[in-house]
Design a binder for this molecule. Structure first.
Ligand code: FES
Length: 162
């Protein structure tokens, strides 16, 4: 998004008539952060600095707001977001082994992204497909009934696809 072209009055609309300047700027902050993340995949520091200048809001305040919400990220994310379900059903059906295999193969910890940005690895609570446990989601896709062989196939898919 074009930070310099950001128009606070236009973005805030009619409700702005009853808000002070500071609240108007805070009012568009989260929407703007979402747009930045859509464009970059995360919130780059230099873009947040430009936003801070543009909105005349302290950078610390912008970071404070952004870090409150888990959906914002401050480092680049992988093209594939792989989430290993660690809910009870998946846990008892081998999720820790699935996680360990993926971690070892890519040499990353939970919350980290591979250097080539192919994948970010996360864990998640129950994703609502317990009948398919153990389950992994890859972006929006659910991959269930993971056997060691299926995990190998999943790893190959992650490595091969752009
Ligand atoms: S516990 Fe994994 S889908 Fe429910």
């Amino acid at each position: 998004m074009d930070i310099e072209a950001l128009d606070v009055e236009k973005e805030i609309g009619k409700v702005g008539e009853v808000l002070c300047e500071h609240d108007k700027k805070k009012g568009i902050l989260i929407t703007t952060l979402h747009r930045i993340q859509e464009d970059y995949g995360y919130l780059p520091g230099e873009v947040l600095q430009r936003l801070s200048k543009k909105l005349e809001l302290p950078l610390a305040e912008i970071y404070s707001v952004a870090s409150f919400y888990h959906q914002f990220h401050f480092t680049p994310r992988g093209r594939k977001i792989v989430r290993v379900c660690m809910g009870t059903a998946c846990h008892v059906r081998g999720a820790p082994k699935v996680l360990e295999k993926i971690q070892k193969h890519f040499d990353i910890e939970v919350g980290e992204t591979t250097e080539d940005l192919a994948m970010t690895l996360e864990t998640v609570g129950c994703v609502g497909c317990c009948g398919l446990a153990p389950v992994v989601t890859v972006n929006e896709e659910v991959v269930g009934e993971l056997t060691p062989k299926k995990v190998d196939e999943l790893i190959k898919t992650i490595e091969s696809e752009e």
